[in-house]
Design a protein around this ligand. Structure first.
Ligand code: THG
Length: 367
């Protein structure tokens, strides 16, 4: 593919200088912002992530901040997940749906206080939907995008690295919980979360000016841990079944089709704008659902459009993400498959741009 031209619309991040100095070799665009996708090579980055520790510029996971007395009420209007039991200090993975029950985003939501929430969004312009609801319902809440940029530290040595910079107390942070920690006198939220199955943290960096000092401190503290600049890794995330909004699902899909039913409490999520629609469709259950797909044999190209899944002459779904896995020595993929063909072991064919290949529906992901 040709290069993408830089411009002001394609936003840099507080860590872009560090990413460039570290030798980034490919970017994608996410929330109108640069997101690194490769340093040495996808496969070298993958092996390193699974063995050591990486610092990821995920500033493109922008925050939609809700601030004010109606913040909690607004949050519940956005999602079929029941938020009544959520306490400050917790993070929730949370489907966001429109009035038809279609997915608008799949963020991590950070509850800072009863009247202050961060919605850490995937790649869609969620801010406009949230502002529209806040204003249309005349809610007493401010909605905006603050100067907050997540920096992820992922990999088996993440605890050691983050403890060296922020102190041993970070080791006590539980999965999808956060605490407040200081760096050079600045308060930062540190959560145990991140877009990999290798473990680690996300540091919510408030103020672009402190981005590079923190980046440099992590890199200096981790020299003997072989710390490197990294990024969400295509192989690792497909093996782990981490979904990518806009790739694996869109606003045409319900959370149940996305396999996110465990994050929905549609009966009790009173106030959710998509609740009635989801109650209607969930009576029958989804007629298609996301599945792990194996494409055995030679390496397939990266999936940059939906590849039809067929059984004979019948289209029964599509593959939306795929890549060669060095550890599993096969092509790992994510697809949306019709009910008639979604059982584990079902043999299908997938139409790739390089020809027709065998595909097998799996019972689960690889991680
Ligand atoms: N972290 C933060 N913001 C984000 C992402 C993130 N915004 C964009 C994108 N990633 C949103 N999508 C996801 C997808 C999966 C997960 C988090 C965000 C995730 N899933 C766990 C899993 O599937 O194993 C389940 C989490 C749970 O059990 O609650 O972590 O990564 N800040």
């Amino acid at each position: 593919m040709a290069l993408i031209s830089p411009s002001r619309r394609l936003r840099r991040t507080p860590f872009s200088d560090g990413v460039e100095a570290a030798g980034v070799t490919a970017y994608t665009v996410y929330n109108h912002m640069l997101l690194p996708t490769m340093f040495e090579s996808i496969e070298a980055d993958y092996h390193h992530l699974k063995a050591h520790v990486q610092v990821w510029d995920v500033a493109c996971e922008r925050q939609v901040e809700l601030r004010g007395p109606d913040a909690g009420r607004l949050a519940q209007m956005l999602t079929p997940r029941d938020l009544r039991g959520m306490l400050p200090g917790q993070c929730y993975y949370m489907p966001i749906v429109d009035e038809t029950g279609g997915m608008l985003n799949d963020p991590v939501v950070v509850k800072l206080a009863e009247d202050r929430w961060w919605i850490s969004i995937a790649d869609s312009d969620l801010l406009y939907w949230v502002k529209g609801i806040a204003n249309g319902y005349r809610l007493d809440v401010l909605v905006d995008e603050p100067d907050v940029s997540p920096l992820a530290v992922q990999g088996p040595k993440a605890d050691e690295l983050v403890a060296r910079v922020f102190g041993d107390a970070v080791r006590d942070i539980r999965f999808f919980r956060f605490g407040w920690f200081q760096f050079e006198g600045r308060d930062m939220v540190i959560a145990r979360s991140g877009y990999s199955k290798q473990g680690g943290f996300e540091i919510y960096v408030e103020g672009a000016d402190i981005g590079m000092p923190l980046w440099n401190a992590l890199m200096a503290a981790g020299e003997d841990l072989q710390v490197r600049a990294g990024c969400p890794n295509a192989i690792e995330r497909i093996e782990g079944g981490l979904l990518s909004y806009g790739n694996d699902m869109t606003d045409d899909n319900t959370p149940h089709e996305c396999g996110l039913g465990r994050f929905c409490d549609t009966q009790t999520a009173i106030g959710c704008i998509g609740r009635d629609a989801l109650l209607r469709v969930s009576k029958e259950g989804p007629v298609q659902q996301i599945r792990a797909i194996e494409i055995p044999g030679a390496r397939v190209p990266a999936c940059d459009r939906a590849w039809p899944l067929v059984a004979g002459a019948t289209r029964v779904g599509q593959v939306t993400s795929s890549i060669w896995s060095p550890d599993h020595e096969t092509n790992v993929a994510i697809g949306m498959v019709r009910m008639t063909h979604w059982d584990a072991g079902t043999r299908l064919e997938v139409i790739t741009p390089e020809g027709i290949r065998k595909a097998v529906v799996r019972g689960g992901f690889w991680a």
